[in-house]
Design a protein around this ligand. Structure first.
Ligand SMILES: NC(=O)CC[C@H](N)C(=O)O
Length: 306
């Protein structure tokens, strides 16, 4: 698709979903996120050659939140290290992202890396390899987006840590099964800090391009094998939008990972990565305007994995 077409397409999508912007409710269990103006919306598309197009508030930073789970998983697998799959599964949970109930009857092995329990285990695993999982994610995002200014929003991190009983409970519970190897408080802190990274749609789309390029990074080096990339995309499709993944696949049809900051990173293998942001969430925790925009994007381009 020619450059000018992509710009027109994104402007058209932004116009079409206008009635959805500002609907839904902002995440209020993290007080710093509750203060975000819900009437914002941005979309960016990055092409495999590195060109990037956007519309709306696409250069305005928002809280990465659960989308960071995608980067911790990719970084964990990047050493050709499959050990993580002994500690976390690959099945949709059918439960809320921060649910505790499944963990006990599944003996401390979280269903997948994209629910909080699974991401806490992945953070612990990555920390064991690289030392600090947050720094590893920041370094990756800065390099792929060519933006050294990407930072953790310390106010969001402090707010989340101050209201972090559930994540602490999950981590202690995982530790009781031997599925956390580091210090519980330190792992929760690293997890909260990579969730609290502030990023805009442009930088996020660029950082997600490796998934559209079968594991190749911005500088041409290979981060993941073709097969590992395909598998991450598969887990995104089946588990990336919490317990709405079935409906999301039906409506949108491309691998995606959402976060309660209202962002969604989506991938069309070989064609593009797309980042959308709208802070108003539906009851499952996915951005209302973001899902609507991706729905229009795949309908208008006819790009889908199906
Ligand atoms: N689904 C999300 O985006 C949740 C991430 C958030 N940091 C939490 O742990 O609750």
């Amino acid at each position: 698709m020619a450059a000018v077409d992509m710009e027109q397409l994104l402007a058209q999508i932004t116009r079409e979903i206008e009635p959805q912007i500002g609907t839904g409710s902002v995440a209020d269990y993290i007080p710093a996120l509750a203060a975000v103006d819900p009437g914002q919306f941005g979309i960016a598309v990055a092409l495999p050659n590195g060109e990037c197009y956007g519309a709306g508030d696409w250069t305005k930073p928002f809280s990465l939140q659960s989308i960071s789970k995608l980067f911790t998983l990719a970084l964990s697998l990047s050493e050709n290290d499959e050990d993580i799959w002994w500690r976390v599964g690959r099945e949709p949970s059918g439960n809320a992202f921060n649910s505790l109930v499944q963990l006990e009857y599944e003996n401390g092995i979280p269903r997948n890396p994209f629910i909080n329990a699974g991401a806490l285990v992945v953070t612990d695993h990555l920390a064991g390899v690289v030392g600090d999982a947050t720094e590893a994610v920041l370094d990756f995002l800065r390099t792929e987006a060519a933006n050294p200014d990407i930072r953790c929003d310390e106010e969001v991190a402090a707010s989340e840590e101050a209201h972090g009983d559930r994540n602490l409970a999950l981590t202690h519970f995982l530790a009781s099964y031997g599925n956390i190897h580091g210090d519980v408080r330190d792992i929760v802190r690293q997890y909260v800090r990579h969730c609290s990274i502030a990023i805009n749609c442009r930088d996020l789309a660029l950082a997600g391009l490796f998934l559209a390029r079968h594991g190749i990074r911005r500088d041409g080096s290979r981060m993941l094998s073709h097969s590992h990339t395909k598998r991450i995309n598969a887990v995104m499709l089946t588990c990336g939008t919490y317990d709405a993944a079935g409906e999301f696949a039906y409506r949108v049809g491309i691998p995606s990972k959402s976060g309660v900051g209202g962002g969604i990173l989506a991938v069309v293998p070989e064609r593009c990565s797309v980042a959308v942001w709208g802070p108003g969430l539906d009851r499952r925790g996915n951005s209302v305007a973001g899902v609507a925009a991706l729905d229009r994007f795949t309908a208008l381009t006819d790009w889908s994995v199906f």
